[in-house]
Write a protein of this length. Sequence first.
Length: 430
Amino acid sequence: MSSDDDARRAIEAVWRIESARVIAGVARIVRDLGIAEELAQDALVAALEQWPESGVPDNPGAWLMATAKHRAIDLVRRKERYARKLEELGHRLEAEDPSEQDFAAAEAAADGDIEDDLLRLVFTACHPVLATEARVALTLRLLGGLTTTEIARAFLVAEATVAQRIVRAKKTLAKAGVPFEVPQGPQRGERLASVLEVIYLIFNEGYSATAGDDLMRPALCEDAVRLGRVLAGLMPQEPEVHGLVALLELQASRLGARTGPSGEPVLLVDQDRRHWDRLLIRRGFSALARADALGGPPGPYVLQAAIAACHARAFGPDETDWQGIAQLYDALSRQVASPVVELNRAVAVAMAYGPDEGLKLVDELTAEPALRGYHLLPSVRGDLLERLGRHTEAQAEFERAASLTRNERERALLLGRAERAAEAAAAAAR
């Protein structure tokens, strides 16, 4: 492989790691995410042009930061309304081309400011003024370092659609005058909830892909876990942040056991737990312990992490503390008015107290508008009916669930279960 190829691979790796910090550092100067990303991209182009000739710098992240900030200062210098800001910042990067001294200065400045800048970037990209899809796309672009193509591939949507979402998101933030700052006071809790929701949505799309041929997209799970860890480092006193990280670590530990040799889904009760990642489980337990140590009543993510921890502690379904999980779901349902939570609670109740009890709760949800097109409602109902020996009814539920899912792996699993229920019904009739 040529030295140019080596340099390009190094640049791509550095960009994935450092892009969020560079964008955040520049955004603090220009106060505009769109401009900040453009200036950071300019620094990336400069690296692509210069590094193959000059070699990768000893501190490539500082090089990118200094180069981007240099361009930001030039932009500020050209705008009269930024004269005062120029006076404060212009002395930092005076040379036409950033020098090694500039890189060292940028690195020293970043050490003191970058955490605050990153936190500002997190809260800005996840601002509630943006639609959910826009928040997810912008977060993956600015904080995850993913390209538009990578985001489109991950969510199985057109690249042009993702690009449009990102452009509109930046314009919306600018038009709404969203400040590049960390919210304080009463707004902080609401805004943090939006940030946590975005990271959780990214993880869930990777854990259980909405559509397509693959059950999972592990790269999205990895991105979400990484974002969660970054946020935990930035906000170490927030129990819910540690709760989210614990939940993601514990859920991610199962990825290797969720599919069979041909990519077919393996249900939780059938998974070989020897294939669960013990390192991720230990990390999840540690994050949950940090959340608990901060005190106060557990929030939704801490409760969900505690549920995942119950599964992780058990060697198999029979050793699982289903009654404890049902109680945790009771606590969660009192905090979160969600039909999906109620459906999960019904599953736990069925495991703890029998399928009859679970079915009663599921039947109460069949008229819920939010679950009308949710394939897991008939899937759960089919499972409970099957366990009760009501195979013909179970078959109908599995077929309905298969018709609702857009994931091909899940559809194949559900149709297989419907076929087996039909065979059991025929055998019982003989």
